[in-house]
Design a protein around this ligand. Sequence first.
Ligand code: SF4
Length: 470
Amino acid sequence: MLKEKCGVYAAKCNGEVFSKLYWGSLAQNHRGHESYGFLTYYNGLRRYVDIGLIPRIEREEFQRWMNLLPGEMGIAHVRYGTSGRRDAGLKYAQPIVSSNGRRKLGIAYNGNIVNIGWLKRELKIKDEVCDSELLCKYLNIKDNIIEQIENCMELVEGAYSVVGLSSNGDLFAFRDPHGIRPLIFGKSEDAIAIASESAALDINNIKLEGEIEPGELVIISKDEMERIKIVKDNRAFCGFEFAYFSRPDSIINGRFVYRIREELGRRLGKRYEDYVRKADIIISIPETADDAAYGLHEETGLRWERALRRHRFVTHRAFIMGPRERASIIDMKVNIANSLKGKKVIIVEDSIVRGDTTKTIVSKLKRAGAEKIFVFITFPKITHPCFYGIDMATFSELIGFSMSNEDIAKAIGADAVCYQEYEDFIDIIGGNLCMACVTGNYPTKTAQDIANRAKLIPNNKLRIYEYFEV
Ligand code: SF4
């Protein structure tokens, strides 16, 4: 089970900004469950962070929150840790704030820095710190924020979609030259907002206007948004956003994500006709594979049964557990709503990373009597780790790194595993994507060097962030 690394939000409005930040972050809570936070500007910076999910705030409590976080501009964050200790809780919660003695600067950030060793040396920091703290200190070196963001885009390698707010009241956002993680903006009569996903604009009735382009900085002042192109657009947007991370009702590149997922399902139906002919029903892993299952059903005419259901209130997090506990919590999260006795089942899943989630589900289907199980995967085979902010384990933990499709099927107890072909995926989504976890071709140099070196170490169990220290 993969974890997305953070959602960011920024807004400037005529009136109190807190409600925009709150609802926008709530709409992006799927991107990070570990902690959340808000930072607003009102005669200086006001910050509130806490661990866990964004809380439910009742109508009568809103005023108290607005008093705590007053002002017309602010930024917000939901976090799943990319580096730093995951059990550190509040210490790494964002927005994170640093001071250079003349000014305070707060940022909320989505992504991962690859050349973190260089950054630590540059800042003369030896202790364990997370990449957001380093990035915040780095951006605060110079008082001229534009100049320092130019330096950042030239020298800091990795994925970073950043929103920031200073104690001088500067509100800004920028995206790394490859635009690996999403960042979009929208406007309404009374507000300008920047978010990771368009669904977080919709909830505030803010109309999506476009994306912050790779290598672009925007500065928001009064009701205006100034766009400054810092470096050339070298786009390599994360392909995995389409298959798994983004909300189905978000728009990326002008298309609803759920429509793309339907198409991914349809293409699997065309590509694997032999297995479709042998199958009786389609089942999907809720909820990220539901749209693809619908597309597959439309394409093939096979019945789609929503026979797997989630226990809505079992929200325990599997990532803090070992493989055995993780399998057992996944087993508890999903229930089978039907007998599958004697059925030949296509189970649609968005991806296979370690294989333990799919294995647990396959064994559940077998216990419910399924005779044959063909696993259809909407994303191509993941063979390499992600260095850009997605928790894709180590080389040794990636089941697709060393195993053939047949061996993977055997390992997870299925009769066949059918991955989306890389060419089909590109054909559906379009080009200019990062697909490094599939192809091993990373859009940035240090990441490529690290991957090439790490691949040569047998049974390499180094976590991704440990490579960066080297
Ligand atoms: S390596 Fe994979 S998960 Fe990471 S940014 Fe690239 S496509 Fe996305």
